[in-house]
Design a protein around this ligand. Structure first.
Ligand SMILES: [Zn+2]
Length: 523
């Protein structure tokens, strides 16, 4: 258990394992029953051992969690023949872990057999001699903790039997959904080809689209936040001046990740045609597409990332609770930039500032928690509790870390362009975040404007056309970003709608219907 889990998890698992082991203390006289009990306890005990060893093996060999998209994907994708080949190739570590398993099985059997060999007392009601009164008390408390464990769903899910049953279900489901997703992607590509997209300019072009996570623009120094959360991006904005567009009034139309990505990628149109997928359209036009993702999510992978010609998933721990720094995307971006293909679209999907915020910046790198500043005082005046003010400090530190990643991505996009090459970089967040802006809440927020207030910015080596004079002040919605990306890619096709392209003179703002109350979209 200790090899496959860490920290608090080990004690949680011990609590789950306790009832089976404690059962050995129950007085049982009949020999046959004692044997059945021993076999059952051994099997349950071994489920914890097998679980620990399987997880330790995956961490050791792949730095991957058992329920990561990578592992589930690999298993779902593997036939019996491939498994045999795999074992033939990697038999050494497998033998080592199998030996450990065998030794554990022997020890477990020895222990269980010894414990069940103790006969039950002759007279009913007599306490078994191996347990003192004090021992009974301690055991009672431990069993209460265990009961709490079984009552709590996330805790109970750690039980090997529950976990691996769910795991095998995920593998089956994934196998099933793949056939479906693959067909859907094929259909989307066909739809894109039918729209006859072409790249208008012959010059080489590289477009980097950065989609970040849970970033509220109100917390970026770049957008006027009093804390210096974006010192580097402020400097870039200042230095790049006319090449750099900071969309002051940017909004997402969704408050969570999957719908946010969907509306970013799918180009809904006024004609009522089925929506084009941005990546399918870029491919059909002749772009080579990269997806560099720092979120391990089977749905995102299947619905969007797998359109890419080159797929780099740098995070192998599922969910957005994992600690995978966004800097991991820099190396794959470097190699994408070095690729000689004349037309490249690179999508970079970050972890951004997703909760838990303290996972998004290095340990002890929280410069905002030391002293009380205007932000802190403002929150105090608004009656925000201490935990929320601390969450705000952590959120802002996550943004400071993100600032370094953003500027690195921008710098890498700008560096080393050929003299006739066009390059562009666009940054947008999938949705916003409420961290005590309007209510006592930290996290995604469907019902407050903070859940939708996102940053959006564009850099171009040389704008495709003269920028509209009012560009900075135009309200912008993320579900229309695809039309602007299409302009950066210089793709022409019959579904292009200038009225949704914020860089176009024909742009016409229409406010989205949000579940949250928004006083003004230009504030
Ligand atoms: Zn999100």
């Amino acid at each position: 258990m200790a090899l496959g889990h860490d920290g608090r998890r080990i004690s949680q698992l011990m609590a789950l394992a306790l009832p089976a082991l404690a059962w050995l203390l129950w007085p049982v006289r009949a020999r046959a029953w004692r044997r059945i009990r021993a076999a059952t306890v051994w099997t349950l005990g071994m489920s914890f051992v097998v679980d620990g060893i399987a997880r330790a093996y995956l961490t050791d060999s792949y730095q991957a969690a058992a329920d990561s998209g990578m592992v589930i994907g690999a298993v779902a994708n593997t036939s019996a023949k491939e498994s045999a080949e795999y074992l033939a190739m990697y038999w050494r570590p497998a033998v080592a872990w199998a030996t450990a398993l065998f030794v554990a099985a022997l020890l477990m059997w020895h222990a269980v057999a010894r414990a069940s060999a103790v006969p039950a007392p002759r007279r009913a009601g007599q306490v078994p001699s191996m347990l003192s009164r004090f021992g009974v008390g301690v055991l009672g408390v431990a069993l209460l903790v265990s009961a709490a464990g079984y009552a709590s769903k996330p805790w109970r899910r750690l039980h090997p039997v529950v976990f691996w049953a769910g795991w095998s279900e995920s593998v089956q489901e994934l196998r099933h959904s793949w056939s479906h997703h693959e067909a859907a992607r094929e259909l989307a590509l066909q739809r894109a080809r039918d729209a006859d997209p072409v790249i208008a300019s012959a010059a080489p072009s590289t477009v980097v689209l950065v989609i970040s996570e849970s970033i509220n623009r109100d917390n970026l120094g770049l957008y006027g936040y009093p804390r210096a959360t974006t010192p580097t991006m402020r400097a870039r904005h200042h230095a790049l001046d006319a090449e750099f567009v900071l969309l002051k009034n940017a909004w997402s139309v969704d408050a969570t990740t999957l719908p946010g990505l969907r509306s970013l990628m799918l180009m809904d149109n006024a004609q009522g045609q089925p929506p084009q997928h941005l990546l399918a359209l870029a491919k059909a036009a002749g772009y080579r597409v990269w997806w560099i993702g720092n979120q391990d999510d089977i749905a995102i992978e299947n619905l969007h990332a797998r359109f890419a010609d080159e797929l780099h998933l740098v995070n192998r721990t599922p969910g957005r609770g994992s600690q995978s720094p966004d800097t991991a995307v820099l190396e794959p971006l470097q190699s994408a930039m070095a690729d000689p293909h004349p037309h490249k679209l690179v999508v970079v999907h970050l972890m951004g500032a997703h909760p838990h915020y303290r996972l998004r910046f290095p340990d002890k790198a929280n410069p905002f928690d030391d002293y009380s500043d205007g932000v802190d005082q403002g929150m105090q005046h608004a009656g925000r509790p201490g935990w929320l003010r601390r969450a705000r400090d952590e959120y802002d530190s996550a943004l400071l870390t993100q600032d370094a990643v953003m500027s690195s991505l921008l710098d890498m996009t700008r560096k080393g362009a050929a003299s006739n090459e066009y390059r562009a970089w666009m940054f947008v967040s999938d949705h916003g975040q409420e961290v005590g802006h309007q209510i006592n809440h930290a996290g995604h927020s469907q019902m407050t404007a903070a859940g939708y207030r996102i940053p959006a910015m564009i850099w171009q080596s040389a704008p495709r056309d003269t920028l509209p004079a009012d560009i900075d002040d135009r309200p912008f919605r993320a579900d229309w970003a695809d039309m602007t990306v299409a302009r950066l890619l210089d793709i022409r096709w019959k579904g292009y709608e200038a009225s949704r392209d914020v860089l176009s003179d024909a742009y016409r703002w229409r406010a989205p219907a949000l579940p949250a109350k928004v006083e003004s979209f230009v504030k």
